[in-house]
Design a protein around this ligand. Structure first.
Ligand code: FES
Length: 240
């Protein structure tokens, strides 16, 4: 196996960005999560070399880095496509069509969970995954592409979406920043924004999500005042 120093994947720019990320934290080990995203921005996944790179940079063991990289689903252990397509199949999305969408995309792309249609990293390649709740239940069923939202999907709109991605197009998400690719978003998740203006462009909320707050404002509804002191817990029965 190539040593981290010899591995051309981790070039000078990545090493410089690593230093900047580590410098943000009082304790270097706190930089592990962004550093794993930085590795993904270079490799398109977290390889064994990536694990060793993080371990060396943060003076951790490879076992400690592996434990984190394998715990969180956002860290991918096999190479991803140009785009990561996440279909929510949690309860509400599933009931409203998420299961049907995931089933159709699996069939259409000929891949299963965390598998890639096309050569990973090449234009138009897509990694498919089913995801737990994407925190947009009011807009179910929901798909994310590189973590950008495509709300209120149907089987047909989901098929159109992956067709467009495979043709090399970048359809506009329902909200959030314009679509880029998996590696660019991983760089942003590492806290590095070469194009900050583009990264924060686009609507951040949907009308459905803020409707309740709008109604409350129109009707003058306010939340009850907070009590001065929190209510006391009832006393526990004495042990006999
Ligand atoms: S169940 Fe799909 S976003 Fe919550």
């Amino acid at each position: 196996m190539t040593s981290v120093e010899e591995n051309p994947v981790f070039d000078e720019l990545t090493r410089q960005r690593t230093k900047e990320i580590v410098a943000r934290y009082p304790q270097s080990r706190s930089a592990l999560l962004p550093l794993l995203h930085l590795v993904q921005s270079v490799e398109g996944h977290v390889s064994q070399d990536g694990i060793r790179y993080c371990a060396e940079a943060l003076e951790l063991t490879t076992a400690e880095v592996s434990a984190v990289a394998t715990f969180y689903t956002m860290y991918k252990r096999t190479p991803c496509g140009e785009h990561l397509v996440s279909v929510c199949t949690n309860t509400l999305c599933a009931a409203l069509g998420g299961d049907a969408i995931y089933g159709r995309l699996k069939e259409k792309l000929g891949v299963g969970h965390e598998e890639t249609a096309g050569e990973p990293g090449t234009p138009g390649s897509l990694t498919l995954e089913h995801a737990e709740c994407l925190a947009a239940c009011d807009l179910a069923p929901v798909i994310q592409v590189n973590y950008e939202y495509f709300d209120n999907q149907t089987v047909e709109s989901a098929e159109d979406l992956v067709d467009a991605l495979q043709r090399g197009e970048r359809p506009a998400p329902t909200r959030g920043a314009p679509l880029t690719d998996f590696k660019t978003v991983e760089l942003e998740l590492a806290g590095v924004f070469p194009d900050l203006e583009r990264s924060v462009e686009g609507p951040s909320v949907s009308p459905e999500t803020v409707r309740g707050a709008q109604l409350a404002t129109e009707r003058g509804w306010v939340a009850p005042a907070m009590p001065d002191a929190p209510p006391a817990f009832p006393a526990l029965p004495e042990k006999k």
